[in-house]
Write a protein that binds this ligand. Structure first.
Ligand SMILES: Cc1cc2nc3c(=O)[nH]c(=O)nc-3n(C[C@H](O)[C@H](O)[C@H](O)COP(=O)(O)O)c2cc1C
Length: 184
């Protein structure tokens, strides 16, 4: 079955080219993301798509967060931090917005958003694109959440870079025995 080879052959991109993605392509990926399993059909995922100048919003937020953490930070470190926003032509921030629900605890809603990210990643890979799923301190920083229009209680599950890769990570080998116990 070809889908097994597609999934097993995925790896993250290390670097992306400048080649932009069409809105239709990105919408296709987001439709796949939003088809993830969803207990209670709460649609806990939110997608913030940063393209072109839109990535500057994220760069500014990264810089503000860094300056708040370290007011004496040097210009080179600031530039390095800002450059994270421009690693790829498209940056999709995937967040979890939790709806209080008697049968669907928060962890299940976050897990659903993780599944949405994976759907997005596999969909991109299936089309010859590549992704890089990042988080880091910025994902938990209130300045960054605010700049992206999120509430403090929302969770940033990933900054997903998407584009045409120019350099890929090698495909990891899997040691199933280390993580599997069979009971029969
Ligand atoms: C929730 C989550 C957050 C991650 N955050 C980072 C990150 O901030 N920086 C990073 O280098 N890799 C991060 N990764 C891991 C990479 O996306 C990647 O999966 C890992 O380097 C393994 O490479 P591969 O995807 O090619 O197998 C994260 C993965 C997950 C699931």
């Amino acid at each position: 079955m070809q889908i097994l080879e597609t999934i097993a052959g995925r790896s993250s991109a290390k670097k992306f080219g400048d080649h932009g993605l069409s809105i239709e392509t990105i919408e296709g990926l987001l439709r796949c993301a939003a088809r993830a399993p969803d207990h209670g059909l709460l649609s806990p995922w939110r997608f913030i798509v940063l393209l072109d100048e839109g990535r500057k919003v994220f760069a500014d937020a990264l810089e503000s967060a860094l300056r708040r953490r370290d007011p004496a930070v040097d210009a080179q470190t600031v530039e390095r931090e800002r450059s994270k926003a421009f690693r790829s032509p498209a940056l999709i921030v995937v967040a979890a917005v939790i709806t209080p629900h008697p049968k669907v605890p928060e962890i299940e809603q976050i897990a659903a958003v993780g599944a949405a990210v994976e759907n997005l990643i596999i969909a991109a890979h299936g089309q010859g694109l590549a992704t890089m799923w990042k988080t880091g301190g910025a994902a938990y920083d209130p300045t960054v959440k605010q700049a992206l229009g999120l509430a403090l209680q929302d969770h940033i599950v990933g900054f997903v870079h998407v584009g045409v890769p120019t350099e890929m990570k090698p495909v990891r080998s899997v040691d199933l025995d280390a993580v599997t116990r069979w009971v029969r």
